[in-house]
Design a binder for this molecule. Structure first.
Ligand SMILES: Nc1ncnc2c1ncn2[C@@H]1O[C@H](COP(=O)(O)OP(=O)(O)O)[C@@H](O)[C@H]1O
Ligand SMILES: [Mg+2]
Length: 462
């Protein structure tokens, strides 16, 4: 959409303000999702229309942090819904929900704008998912691979390593694939945003990255919409630059949470477990826009906070239903020092079949999973009776499964500064060869601890 010269026209006055929600008395009712604005001391505050209360009154959410707004203030109609400036120069920038710079740089120079509420591309223009997107992270590539054009969720409670895994993934994608990525920080710690920004700059991949932030300190209105802003940029890069785009979000649960805050402030009755009645449409509105076309793909990776480690939480299960691949991080693994703390037996990938993976990858992954599953089954027996009580065949499986479990840990670039171990990236082919050797028993004599936190096995065998 090209911005016409619009002059905001006065539309009404503020009559009530409840935190991020304002009631406005209007002369004519603006449509839902319309953006309105008010000016205070050279600052423009934006409102988004959410409810028509009666013939004159509307409820809006304020898309700003600390509003110095007050009753009686005049509100203007912008004539459109929230739209953001788009230009190829957005790459390398750190922006807020309105596409304004947060990095101290100059404003984006462009006459082109996009609506953050645009519709998904029509079904006939969208294309399906493609091949495996290699990440260099052993356990991911082998057992829950990311698929190009697919949607992956990284699930886990607080502090199990979702953000670390996302940062490592962005690092590897930028260095391995040289694609562009759009990162959206939604309602998470502000410090993490700064760290990511520095990490990306230090890795030299800033020119291929765009970051859009609306973190914890922002109002629920901002946290609710920032994901859509970021997604709009991802769509723009896909359509205009015809690029393969990686759309990364940390954390989509915060989007649902912000929606729930907004919903209760709008006076809607909560539904299941206190979530908003619009939970499934809110999530679908975002997820269904993450599509690939003939012009380019959007591959998305989303961190999903799991409240109280309960996967049955309605928000978590709603998000889960949209994903192709789910990577579940478990506290039990993390507490044993197994990082990344992927729970291999719970994680799954709908697209993981012989056709997508190829027969070799498929059978090795199956072999590894079977070993780990058998080990899991026998764990209690081993604790009570000891390994000696097991059959010879089971004992072999245990030996190999324990080594595989350790082998699937990996030092990360992201944590190198803390752990003192430099990060490693392992090509999928090497992971496959190593795991095949484990399964065939070629590493039966190697002590377990030498399999832990390393890259490939080859150098050790040599
Ligand atoms: N791959 C890893 N290697 C080493 N430590 C890790 C790893 N992943 C997570 N951790 C530890 O767990 C902490 C919390 O991780 P974080 O990603 O911030 O959790 P979350 O985003 O799930 O809340 C990190 O600060 C780090 O100490
Ligand atoms: Mg986190």
């Amino acid at each position: 959409m090209v911005e016409a010269e619009r002059k905001p026209v006065p539309i009404g006055v503020i009559t009530e303000i409840h935190g991020p929600v304002a009631v406005i008395d209007c002369d004519t009712l603006p449509p839902l999702h319309q953006a309105l604005c008010a000016n205070v001391a050279n600052e423009t505050y934006l409102f988004e229309v959410h409810q028509h209360l009666d013939k004159r009154h509307i409820r809006t959410i304020i898309l700003h942090r600390n509003a110095s707004l007050h009753r009686g203030m005049v509100v203007y109609d912008t004539g459109a819904s929230l739209h953001i400036p788009v230009t190829p120069d957005c790459l390398g920038r750190l922006l807020n929900i309105f596409g304004e710079p947060l990095d101290g740089g100059s404003a984006l120079k462009t006459t082109e704008f996009r609506d953050v509420h645009s519709k998904p591309v029509p079904i006939h223009e969208s294309v399906g998912v493609g091949k495996v997107l290699e990440t260099g992270i052993k356990v991911i590539d082998l057992l829950c691979p990311f698929i190009k054009g697919g949607k992956t969720g990284l699930f886990g409670g607080a502090g199990v390593g979702k953000t670390v895994l996302i940062m490592e993934f962005m690092h590897s994608v930028a260095t391995l694939h040289k694609g562009v990525s759009v990162f959206s920080g939604v309602g998470e710690r502000i410090r993490e945003g700064h760290e990511l920004w520095h990490a990306i700059r230090d890795a030299g991949v800033l020119p291929q990255t765009l970051m859009v932030f609306g973190q914890m300190d922002e109002s629920p209105g901002v946290r609710f919409r920032v994901g859509l802003s970021a997604l709009t940029y991802a769509e723009y890069l896909r359509d205009t630059l015809k690029k393969d785009v990686l759309f990364v979000m940390d954390n989509i649960f915060r989007f649902v949470q912000a929606g729930s805050e907004v919903s209760s402030l709008l006076g809607r009755m909560p539904a299941t477990v206190g979530y908003q009645p619009t939970l499934s449409t809110d999530v679908a509105e975002m997820q269904d826009r993450i599509l690939s076309t003939h012009n380019g793909t959007i591959t998305s990776v989303q961190a999903v906070y799991v409240p109280a480690d309960d996967m049955a939480d309605p928000a978590v299960s709603t998000i889960l239903s949209h994903l192709d691949s789910t990577v579940i991080l478990s506290r039990a693994q993390a507490s044993k020092g197994i990082y990344p703390a992927v729970d291999v037996l719970q994680s799954s990938n709908k697209l993981m079949d012989r056709h997508t993976l190829g027969p070799r990858h498929y059978s090795i992954a199956e072999g590894v999973r079977e070993h780990l599953a058998r080990y899991h089954e026998l764990e209690d027996i081993i604790t009570m009776l000891g390994v000696e009580e097991l059959s010879v065949a089971d004992r072999k499986i245990i030996i190999r499964a324990r080594k595989l479990q350790r082998y699937l840990t990996q030092p990360f670039w992201t944590t190198a500064a803390h752990s003192g171990i430099p990060g490693v990236s392992v090509p999928l082919e090497s992971t496959l060869t190593d795991c095949e050797n484990f399964l065939l028993g070629h590493y039966d004599e190697i002590p377990e601890e030498r399999c832990y936190m390393r890259g490939v096995m080859e150098d050790l065998v040599r």
